[in-house]
Design a protein around this ligand. Structure first.
Ligand SMILES: [Zn+2]
Length: 398
């Protein structure tokens, strides 16, 4: 093995490893340049089963395996989109680091099993075989048209873009100026008890294989679920709904900062989770024009200090509490759920803050509650039955 670690590759003879157009780089998706010329590739013979000759383990010379199975490059690439990619000028990532490479990096990862992930380091016995990130030095990273949203329609939660919340109604195809917008403040003195708001039935909420992937959309962290697996019904809903995704709204980095969308008696909670479901039998387009096309469940998230590790299991009881429609009981010693612990990190890790829409007017709407009027106000959760999101920001970029 060489004694030259990556930072010393530039000292090797006849290399370009200290150059100004080196690879790999970190791709910052907020600083991409759209290039309309980056259209689909033509892949010749990627589906040919006889193109792979042999595998060579380059860490041990002489270790070579001929390929006897019929396998094509397409089989390795799977179904990832080949029209979504980044382009920049760079180098080979190993010495001599020649700056002769037109790089294309595809956006979607190839899904593989956990066994395969472990297989490479285990079988080949070398770890961390990647070169550290190199400086861009003013180089531009281009994005294919399939990656970027249509130009000029950027919206944000702060003042720092073309469309801040007070101008969302001007966005193309927007309903954001309608008279049944969300979120709202819930005044518990004005809510109406409705005995028809019975228990929900949550189908596959305990299934550990329902989550497909997590995505940082630039406005939120969204978890997309497997199709036709998770469902909700009951709870006074008139239809059955298929759950598509859940995502979060949060405030600033300060642990006391609040960023829920809904407020209760003007109290803003620290975060809010939205579980978004589509009425069964409808397409997304149909659901968006149906007054009951989309059901969103809103859960407040609140961090609580915990004095000791004792009693942890007394507090975190999501399964029982879900039926009662509160996340935490107010009687318990205060401990955070794993969710709350994790979510505390969001503002710091994602680098954007205060991703919640300001309060909207209630107009003539009535808010119903499942709680009997004598009960104290819920500590953590409310169920937003009549508050279907009318196509303003419910899915688009979230
Ligand atoms: Zn939301």
């Amino acid at each position: 093995m060489s004694e030259f670690t990556p930072s010393h590759w530039k000292d090797l003879p006849d290399v370009q490893c200290g150059g100004h157009a080196q690879s790999p780089i970190s791709i910052d998706t907020s600083h991409l340049t759209a290039d309309p010329n980056l259209v689909d590739f033509n892949f010749t013979n990627f589906s040919n089963n006889h193109t792979l000759k042999h595998f060579v383990n380059t860490g041990h010379t002489g270790s070579q395996v001929n390929i006897s199975h019929s396998i094509a490059i397409d089989d390795l690439l799977g179904n990832v989109s080949r029209s979504k990619f980044y382009r920049y000028r760079g180098s080979l990532t190993t010495p001599p680091c020649s700056e002769a490479v037109v790089w294309t990096v595809f956006q979607e990862p190839i899904p593989i099993s956990e066994d395969m992930v472990k297989l490479f380091p285990k079988t080949l016995n070398h770890l961390k075989v990647y070169r550290p990130k190199q400086d861009l030095n003013g180089r531009k990273v281009f994005a294919s048209p399939a990656i970027l949203p249509p130009p000029g329609h950027s919206w944000c939660y702060d003042e720092d873009c073309d469309y801040k919340p007070s101008r969302w109604y001007q966005l193309p195809h927007s309903h954001c100026g309608g008279d049944r917008q969300s979120p709202i403040n819930i005044d518990t003195n004005q809510v109406m008890h409705n005995k028809d708001l019975n228990n929900f039935t949550f189908v596959n909420f305990s299934n550990e294989h329902s989550m497909k992937y997590l995505k940082n959309t630039g406005h939120t962290v969204k978890c997309v679920l497997e199709e036709n697996m998770v469902e909700i019904e009951g709870g006074g809903l008139n239809h059955k709904y298929s759950t598509l995704q859940f995502h979060f709204h949060w405030g600033g980095e300060d642990e006391h900062s609040s960023g829920s969308e809904h407020t209760v008696n003007s109290k803003r909670y620290q975060m809010e989770m939205h579980i978004v479901s589509l009425r069964k039998g409808l397409t997304v387009e149909q659901a968006k024009v149906d007054p009951e096309g989309i059901a969103v469940l809103g859960f407040f998230i609140e961090l609580k200090k915990f004095p000791t590790m004792m009693g942890y299991h007394n507090v975190y009881r999501p399964k029982q509490e879900l039926h009662k429609r509160t996340i935490y009981t107010s009687s318990a010693p205060t401990l955070p759920s794993p969710t709350a612990l994790l979510l505390k990190k969001f503002p710091t890790m994602m680098g954007y803050h205060n991703v919640y829409r300001p309060k909207q007017e209630l107009h003539k709407r009535t808010i119903y509650t499942s709680s009997a009027p004598t009960l104290p106000s819920p500590t953590a959760l409310l169920v937003l039955l009549p508050l279907f999101y009318p196509a303003c920001g419910w899915m688009g970029a979230q």
